[in-house]
Design a protein around this ligand. Sequence first.
Ligand SMILES: [Zn+2]
Length: 429
Amino acid sequence: MRRVIEVTRTVIVKSTPLPRKLFRVFVELEGMYRNIVEQLVLYAVKNGITSFTRLKALKYRELRSLYPQLLSHYVYTVCQDVSTRVKSFLRLKRRGLAKSDYPAVNRVSIWLDDHLWRVRSLTSIEIATHRGWVTIELELHKQYWRYLNSSWRLASEAKVKLDKRNRQLIIYLTFKKSVEAYKPRGFTVADINENHVVVLVDDKVYLFETGFRDVVLGYYYRRKRIQERYDKLYGVNCRVKRRIFRKLKERRKKSDLKWKLANIIVRVAKEKQYAIVLEKLGMNPAKEMISRVKDDQLRHRIYQASFKGVQKAIEEKAREYGVPVIYVNPRNTSKICPIHNAKIIYSNGSRVGRCSEGGELWHRDIVACYNLLLRAHLGDGSVAPSLGGFTLDGSSIPLGSTATHDPTGIWESLWMRWKSLDETLKNLK
Ligand SMILES: [Zn+2]
């Protein structure tokens, strides 16, 4: 069975600075667009309408007579815009996270469909306004050319935002690509932890340091220290403190790390035509109890940065390369010996435990990976094809009988510099 996945990417390009008169046209257009959004959001929330077609059916005539100068397709796109705003607002409200009765309309971008814009040349587009078609020259950059020169195709939907200070349009283009997922010949396991990710490829286990837990905690404690000091000195609402916080935030580690790591894992899987095995998140109570952190909010933040963040990056990269992802239940994966199906006993916080039946030693991270692999082979994943014939004796797990081996640890400073696992390993001395 062929499985084709559609992948979408947004690429942002700016227009060249527009002449004052031309920019005014877009200010007017945005003004009308914003008015309609504000009206429709109130109407839709009040009447509980989330469907775009329903909203359009109810409001089309009225809007056309209110804004006769506006092209009818703007009414379509506004309705789509509003429908997504209302949907996400109602979702928040259901979870008790909405701060008011109606969603606030702060930032507006003008949604365009295939009747409202078109490509004019490689370096310019045309946009339909209430004053007719207008040509917009683009300031191009490397990323745009990369998408244009590859198998990505430009989708018909686009969004436009106004940069009023520089009189430029910020254009959000959407590129799409269909990727065919292959039938996996084997599995690569990625076991994500608070501070590191363990990857099992064939018979090798690698440990990638990420330090996400430490980054979140470090930021938290620094912030707290500053807060205490300045609150005592200048009161709760002081300017100096806010400025320091802003600086602190900027210096926070970029999310670069997780993308690099996702890239390495996905490339290995693609090369070998393997599927990637991940844990079904939210199913392992041990991971929810992030070690030694009592504060709920802080624990949530660590969970988001470490587990969710890395997993999402792997999923997105995998989709782009057509690498299948398989989810397995992670329950007790580090507690049970994959050979004897018996409990592994860890004494006082050690990462190495002893199998209660065979007496062999296991490293916690290695056990977890092999158990995830085993579950993937047994078809315990949501899309796992059962390959069969996978028997587990000591010999099929090279580390099984001599499992005291530690995984190959790779420090962040090293793997951050290399694109593939091969390159990284060559430099691991
Ligand atoms: Zn055992």
